[in-house]
Design a protein around this ligand. Structure first.
Ligand code: PLP
Length: 391
């Protein structure tokens, strides 16, 4: 049968992260969950706040059509107004109105509608490597070319000179993810200003910000205040631990050039892709929980245990400032070989080749605290297998 070969290829290739997570689940069933140290998926270990449950219970008392019915394509006006008011409280007057927001099924859908709103066949979209692997899939299926630009090899901040060298007349957008998955860095204001100067005023920044609230003291600059042509993509998957509920938004800031065309283009992209509307029940949850703080304490505890434990064993890593990933240097240049040695000890990080660069692994620490503590003897054996001992 003459089916779509691009879709077939993406389906057959599978996500390396999900493959490792599936392996971890099978291995846990085989030898017991407490013997397997699964650091693969970015699935929050912190429970959703009580306010979410209370809001769901309140909503369930409403007539069925209000809870389970279709909503307008861009979301319920009252919910968009609540989100806009929250953004204005946090980032200043003029940040957003209800009409500038399009509610989505999470950051993934937000980025996809932005790409489909922006690019024409043959356009180019820059990603800063290492990067979230789905970006390439979304860029290519929107008809554009994915152009990888390596981050600074020491700081893992954006290398603005390298971006400037990659910009062409076909460059439409740059996807910027801060706090960053997989590296855990937060880009400082000066770094984003340098990026803005490198790309010029006509290239759009797609600011992918599902980890905005998960930081350990670093300020996360508001990108539209630095680069006016910015579309902000947000989701409640990480901050409120709701990844399976699929709820987020795109903001076209009022100050964004071509705002009046971009708002309908984003709605049109959603229509084109058959997105219809974000889940009605969770739209209602947002109205109640929009200012609910993320519970960062558990990730902070994990971060401290993991970084202090691994530093003691002599591992090198990038000090995480946000999100819940540790970017750890492999103990040999071939990160796949390093991963295989780790796997033999039941340690399951994700090799950096999945993120577009070599020599590292990503250790997701959105896990139970005991997983980190109990994994330390295995990390010690791993270091020892390279003939090294704790420093
Ligand atoms: N962007 C980044 C950097 C992510 O890490 C993820 C999920 O892990 C997403 C986007 C997709 O998030 P969502 O669950 O909101 O679609």
């Amino acid at each position: 049968m003459d089916i779509n070969q691009q879709s077939l290829a993406y389906g057959a290739a599978k996500s390396a992260i999900r493959e490792i997570a599936a392996y971890a689940a099978a291995r846990k069933a085989e030898i017991g969950a407490e013997h397997v140290f699964d650091f693969s998926l970015g699935n929050p270990s912190v429970p959703a706040p009580d306010a979410v449950r209370a809001s769901i219970e309140r909503s369930l008392a409403l007539p069925s059509s209000q809870v389970h019915g279709y909503t307008p394509g861009n979301g319920l006006p009252s919910v968009r107004a609540a989100v806009a008011a929250s953004l204005e409280r946090r980032f200043g007057d003029g940040t957003a109105t209800a009409d500038d927001l399009y509610l989505t099924c999470g950051a993934a859908a937000s980025i996809v509608v932005c790409l489909h709103a922006l690019v024409n066949p043959g356009d180019e979209v820059i990603v800063i490597a290492p990067y979230f692997p789905e970006y390439r899939v979304w860029i290519e299926t929107a008809g554009a070319r994915c152009v990888e630009v390596m981050a600074d090899e020491h700081t893992f901040h954006i290398d603005a000179d390298a971006v400037a060298a990659a910009v062409t007349s076909r460059t439409k957008a740059v996807i910027v993810n801060s706090p960053n998955n997989p590296v855990g860095v937060v880009y400082p204001r000066e770094n984003l200003a340098a990026l803005s100067a490198a790309i010029g005023p006509d290239v759009t920044i797609i600011a992918d910000e599902p980890y905005r609230e998960i930081t350990y003291g670093a300020e996360v600059p508001w990108v539209p205040s630095i680069h006016p042509r910015t579309l902000v993509c947000y989701s409640y998957s990480k901050a409120l631990s709701l990844p399976g509920e699929r709820i987020g938004w795109v903001l076209v800031p009022p100050t964004c050039p071509d705002h009046d065309q971009l708002v309908p283009a984003i709605a049109g992209a959603g229509r084109k892709l058959g997105y219809v509307c974000a889940p009605a029940l969770f739209q209602r949850v947002l109205a109640d929980c929009v200012d609910e703080p993320a519970d960062v304490a558990a990730y902070e505890r994990n971060r401290v245990a993991l970084t202090s434990g691994l530093a003691r064993l002599g591992y090198e890593f990038v000090e995480p400032q946000g999100a819940f990933y540790l970017w750890l240097k492999a103990l040999e240049p071939d990160e796949q070989a390093f991963f295989e040695r780790a796997r033999a000890l039941e340690l399951l990080p994700v090799p950096s080749s999945s993120f577009g660069c070599g020599g590292w692994v990503r250790v997701g620490y959105c896990v139970e605290h005991a997983t980190i503590v109990d994994s330390m003897p295995a990390w010690e054996k791993l270091v020892a297998s390279y003939g090294r001992s704790a420093s």
